[in-house]
Design a protein around this ligand. Structure first.
Ligand SMILES: *Cc1c(COP(=O)(O)O)cnc(C)c1O
Length: 345
C-alpha cells in the first residue's frame, strides 16, 4: 500500500474549501469572456503579479507554449536555460508548433545564467542568424533543486537581454514557492518579466491549470494561440474557483512544505551513498544523487516500503506538498534509511 507520495507537488489534491468553491462556482462561457469566476481568477492573478492582464491555461506547459508563440515568430530564436523545463521537458512544442529556435544558455549551480553569455547570444546578428526575440528565465529553478532566484539575480539576466531588445518570459511554475522562501512579493520577482506563468496545480494544490500574466496586448495574443491549440475552455470557472481559493489560502502554508523539505534533506545528508547540497534546498524540492545506476532499484525498493519518489538512473527527487505532514516525512526518512543501508551497505 502506498502511504506517502512524494513524487511531485502535482500529486496534491484540492482542499475541502476548494472542492466546495468548485461545486458552487458561478459559471458562464469563458470563450465568450463571460465566466465570472474565471474573470475573477484572472484579475486576481494579474494583480498579484503586478501585470495588466492574465489568461488561464490548461497546464504549465501550455502557459510556456502560448507565451513563446505570442512573443517569438517562426524562425526567431529564444534564449533559454540549458537545464530549463521548457527545453528539457515540454516535448519541444515551441519548435514543433511555432518554428522557434531554442538556443540553450548554461545554468550555474543555482540556475542563473551568465549575463555575458546572454549578451553574446543576443547580440545583433547578420543574415546568417535567426533573430533573437525572447529570453526565458525559470523561478524556482526545478533542475537545480527548487532554488529561489532573487529579484537581483533575475534583473542581471533580464537587463542583459534587454540591452539587445529582448523580451523576457518567466517560467514561474513554482513562483509562489520562491515568494514564500524569499519573503518577497511575487510581483517583485516578476517585475523584470514581460510575461510570467505560474501553476495552480503544484504547491497551490489545485487539480488543474496555470495562469499566464503580462500586458494586455500580449495576453490577447496568448488567447489567440490558446484557442488555436484547442485550449480555450468553456465553463472553466469550475477550475478557476479552486484557483481563487488557492490564491487566498494556499500560498503562506507552503512554508510547511519547505520545512518538511529541509527536514528530509538533513536526514538524507547523513545516509550512506547519498550526495546532497543542503544549501540548494531552499523550497519544496529535495534533489540528491545516489550511487550510479542504482536509482531505479532504489525507487522500486522504496515503493515496497510504501513511499513514492521520482527520478532516474542516479538522481532522485522528493517533493513535499499539501497533504504531507511531518509524520509522513518520518515515514519517508525511515524507508530511505532501510533502503540505503541495503543499497550502499
Ligand atoms: C511542472 C513545470 C512546468 C510544466 O507544468 P505542467 O503543468 O506539468 O505542464 C513548467 N515549468 C516548470 C519549471 C515546472 O516545474
Amino acid at each position: 500500500m502506498i502511504r506517502v507520495d512524494l513524487r511531485s507537488d502535482t500529486v496534491s489534491h484540492p482542499s475541502p474549501e476548494m472542492r466546495k468553491a468548485m461545486y458552487e462556482a458561478e459559471l458562464g462561457d469563458d470563450v465568450y469572456g463571460d465566466d465570472p469566476t474565471t474573470n475573477l481568477l484572472e484579475e486576481r492573478a494579474a494583480e498579484m503579479l503586478g501585470k495588466e492582464a492574465a489568461v488561464i491555461v490548461s497546464s504549465g506547459t501550455q502557459s510556456n507554449l502560448v507565451a513563446l508563440l505570442a512573443q517569438a515568430g517562426r524562425g526567431d530564436t529564444v534564449l533559454i536555460g540549458a537545464k530549463s523545463h521548457i527545453l528539457n521537458a515540454e516535448a519541444g512544442g515551441a519548435s514543433a508548433l511555432g518554428g522557434i529556435v531554442l538556443i540553450p544558455i548554461q545554468n550555474d549551480e543555482r540556475g542563473t545564467m551568465d549575463p555575458t553569455a546572454i549578451r553574446l547570444a543576443a547580440a545583433p546578428r547578420d543574415h546568417h542568424k535567426a533573430p533573437v526575440s525572447l529570453l526565458c528565465v525559470e523561478n524556482t529553478q526545478n533542475a537545480s533543486g527548487g532554488t529561489a532566484l532573487s529579484p537581483e539575480e533575475i534583473k542581471v539576466m533580464a537587463d542583459a537581454g534587454r540591452q539587445h531588445g529582448l523580451r523576457v518570459h518567466m517560467d514561474g511554475a513554482r513562483l509562489f514557492n520562491a515568494a514564500v522562501a524569499l519573503e518577497t512579493p511575487a510581483a517583485e520577482l516578476a517585475a523584470d518579466a514581460d510575461t510570467v506563468g505560474f501553476c495552480l496545480s503544484k504547491g497551490l494544490a489545485c487539480p488543474i491549470g496555470s495562469v499566464l500574466c503580462g500586458d494586455a496586448d500580449v495576453i490577447e495574443e496568448a488567447r489567440r494561440w490558446r484557442k488555436m491549440l484547442g485550449g480555450a475552455m468553456r465553463q472553466v470557472g469550475v477550475i478557476a474557483a479552486a484557483g481563487v481559493v488557492a490564491l487566498d489560502t494556499m500560498i503562506d502554508r507552503m512554508a510547511d512544505d519547505h520545512a518538511n523539505a529541509r527536514k528530509l534533506a538533513a536526514a538524507l545528508a547523513d545516509m550512506p551513498g547519498i550526495e546532497i547540497d543542503l544549501a540548494n534546498v531552499e523550497t519544496n524540492i529535495v534533489r540528491f544523487g545516489v550511487p550510479a545506476h542504482r536509482g531505479m532499484e532504489i525507487q522500486g525498493r522504496l515503493k515496497d516500503e510504501g513511499v513514492l519518489i521520482n527520478g532516474g538512473d542516479s538522481d532522485l527527487r522528493f517533493v513535499p506538498h499539501y497533504g504531507i505532514d511531518s509524520e509522513d516525512i518520518d515515514i519517508a526518512i525511515n524507508a530511505m534509511d532501510k533502503v540505503m543501508a541495503e543499497v550502499a551497505g
